[in-house]
Design a protein around this ligand. Structure first.
Ligand SMILES: NC(=O)c1ccc[n+]([C@@H]2O[C@H](COP(=O)([O-])OP(=O)(O)OC[C@H]3O[C@@H](n4cnc5c(N)ncnc54)[C@H](OP(=O)(O)O)[C@@H]3O)[C@@H](O)[C@H]2O)c1
Length: 326
């Protein structure tokens, strides 16, 4: 059997999501976690030991000089994504950058420009785009299973703790519900219905000037999406996509749904079970591998333009709710 060369990953910022992603990389035979970088050497050593990375750095700059590393996964708070991604691309690395890729549309554009200029793959890590249940729902919607979509309802809410989830409440780090989790329901509406004609958003703000909760209506020609994100309340985290002929109901939590149901005239007609591999980050990593192996600088499933469109929608909401990271 032909031996496939492993894609060599480096991770920058060894926090919560970096651990989850690294655990998923271990499930992929053609992935190797080659190097990790933290601001703290001991932390990097421990992380490296846990996830089999042998090259350890206590500097984000140094990992970018490592010729062994092919693709950098950026897992730092949102405020540092743009500069780190651009630097990595300049150093000839491919980049998978955590969502939201940037705090402004302007920064998002700079990142895409850098990818094109240096001819290196770049993708915003919108993992939900690649999980089996979402892939399946998108295919079925495309083939007309529920007719034309006229209503989407999706939310993402949980009780954030100001002591345990400091990042979420910190304006300097790009905190707040909209940028951290509001992008998920926006993603769902965008991927199904495209760019809205009109956006209406209202938020409740924290004294730190980040949004605690934000509610959004996206108005399309013949459809509406009602979306919500909150770091101070709870929700069922289900999503429904209602069309002229039927409705899909994604299992909770919908952004990593292990399946979905099809309803017709209010009756559950079919149940589909489609669990993700690992924690679900494997699927986006596989997409990175496919693109890199095929010399593509962007994914067709979550393209540069998709990221830019989403960033523009978020930018408009940011303006409407008076959120500023300047
Ligand atoms: N796709 C998903 O499901 C998902 C889930 C959660 C988060 N995310 C995204 O991933 C990014 C990181 O989130 P997280 O929850 O992993 O955050 P986290 O646990 O706070 O980890 C972030 C890491 O970034 C590094 N960092 C660099 N500058 C920092 C600073 N000024 N303050 C704090 N940390 C700093 C730190 O690593 P070192 O100390 O090692 O340098 C830290 O451990 C965010 O953009 C978030 O939106 C995505």
């Amino acid at each position: 059997m032909k031996k496939v060369n492993k894609i060599k990953w480096g991770i920058i910022g060894l926090g919560n999501i970096a651990s989850q992603f690294a655990a998923d990389l271990l499930l992929l035979e053609d992935a190797e976690l080659t190097a990790v970088a933290s601001r703290n050497f001991t932390k990097a050593e421990q992380f490296g030991e846990k996830f089999n990375a042998s090259r350890i750095y206590n500097s984000y700059d140094l990992i970018l000089e490592d010729k062994e590393v092919e693709i950098i996964y950026i897992a730092t708070p949102h405020n540092s994504h743009a500069e780190l991604a651009i630097k990595a691309l300049e150093k000839g690395k491919h980049v998978l950058c955590e969502k939201p890729m940037a705090l402004s549309y302007e920064d998002a554009e700079r990142m895409i420009t850098a990818s094109k200029k240096h001819n290196k793959f770049f993708m915003e890590a919108f993992w939900t785009r690649f999980i089996p249940s979402i892939q399946d729902v998108l295919e079925k919607v495309k083939s007309g299973a529920i007719g034309n979509i006229n209503y989407i309802n999706a939310d993402f809410a949980f009780y954030g703790s100001e002591t345990e989830n400091k990042r979420l409440f910190d304006k300097e780090l790009g905190g707040g519900a909209l940028f951290d989790i509001g992008v998920y329901p926006l993603f769902l509406s965008y991927i199904l219905l495209g760019n809205p004609k009109e956006i209406i958003a209202k938020a409740i703000m924290h004294q730190n000037k980040v949004d605690l909760q934000t509610s959004i209506i996206l108005q399309y020609e013949n459809a509406q999406s009602i979306l919500h994100a909150s770091i101070v309340s709870d929700s069922e985290m289900k999503a429904s996509i209602s069309g002229t002929k039927g409705k899909f109901h994604l299992n909770s939590p919908w952004y990593i749904a292990d399946g979905y149901s099809l309803f017709e005239n209010g009756v559950e007609e079919a149940v589909f079970s489609l669990p993700a591999l690992g924690k679900g980050y494997t699927h986006e990593a596989i997409e990175c591998h496919n693109c890199i192996r095929n010399n593509k600088i962007e994914s067709e499933l979550w393209s540069h333009q998709n990221s830019l469109d989403l960033s523009k929608i978020v930018e408009e909401i940011k303006t409407q709710i008076g959120l500023s990271f300047a």
